[in-house]
Design a protein around this ligand. Sequence first.
Ligand code: SF4
Length: 493
Amino acid sequence: MRYSRDPITLSLFDLLKAGPGPSSSHTIGPMAAGADFARKTAALAPEIQAGAGGVRVRLFGSLSATGKGHGTGPAVVSGLAGCAPDACAPALLQRAADPDALMFLTLPQGRNISIGPQIIEYGPVRHKHPFNNTLIIELLDAPYPLRRNGQDASAQPAGRTDCRSLPRDESGRSPAGAGNVLFSAEYYSTGGGFIRRKGAKREKRCRPPHPYADMKEFRARCAESGLGLDELLMENETALTGKRPADVTAELDKMLAIMRDTVLRGCSASGALPGNIGLRRKAAVLHERARSLAPFDRALCLFNAYAYAAAEENAAGGLVVTAPTCGASGVVPAVLMFMEEQLGLDLKARRRGLAAAALIGFIAKHNAGIAGAEVGCQGEIGVASAMAAAMLAHARGFSVQVVENAAEIALEHHLGLTCDPVGGYVQIPCIERNAVGAVTAYNAALIACNENPASHKVSYDEVLRAMSEIGRDMNAKYKETAAGGLAVCLVEC
Ligand code: SF4
């Protein structure tokens, strides 16, 4: 957690990314790490490649604590097999979770190294690495034992991993692994699907034409340039990425379409979600029942149905858009669907709104954090709610000050929200929490759009400072480890 004065150089599509659920830091990030490792391996000297026989993946921190329920193992294995997050079919993820369906890391000479869920080792939750969600991938000179004593090495129950039951030395290395390490890379999954590789140079992007590090500076840039919120973001985006405005617009529309599809799929799906909680989907029931309710109840019930639909799709490993994360990926789509179906806001307005949502996410990521493992759920559902509130206010044509106030109100009332997923699955409290976050976003926008903007006392930058401080002080058991709060009480009570 930090308060930085460097200008924000994130692209809209660094933040808004399509990928499989259920967790951007535990699924999309690790998958991207696996894919990066595959590329690095392919670039190794031929003699190193020739000696390669196996791969091992070691997970630390909350990746270890809740990696089972969050699908981290299959995600890394899919990435190693060459799968990109935005193109990974659920069937491939299921295959990567099956210990009998071997997959391969393919080297340039056409050699295949067998991989499967057995190559995942769950290391200590508390560790010495600089970021909570750390994974180390190693290329070994001998095959990793994909069977142990005739049993699947991965035959642990799904959900939270009991790390105390796993043998390992002080470095967190399991003695079960085979071979010497030929090449290794250490990755940090920093939330929202972002990854960093230890020692890698950060991608150099030019200084944007309208630099800002926080909301106050953004407002100043708008006032100086005379540009509207989304116009300014478009000028920065094209300068940072080299894309044409038409391509940026097309990509925004693609994200809008994926979010819409996610809601529609979720509204027509039924049955139990994956995992051993046995939680059944509710979106379709809420959507159906909304029809028979009185107007006010109907509107609220639809809102809930849309958020449940996207969050349930996420929990089932379906394709979602990180906004800002997978766990919180039901909030923005629910408000978007409401804007389209109930408020009649057209594509142009929704596109402008999505840009405002990204702005609020950028500033949160840059100055505080958006990972449950870093700041708790306030950084996921809280920031998602702030993004959605800003989106609605901007789409309806309100000023940048009102947009900021809407985001501030939504986040302020999520401060202190802990991350305590029951069983390590992104289901309880996550799915319901998306619905509550979406309704809060609507209410926050309603308040901001109907008060005197000048009388608003708390700025978005100030509420982010508060979130950062609270996140820093929050006990580790409330940061995506499934070791406290509901994750414990629901099981013990
Ligand atoms: S409780 Fe919040 S932060 Fe934690 S997994 Fe669920 S949605 Fe993500």
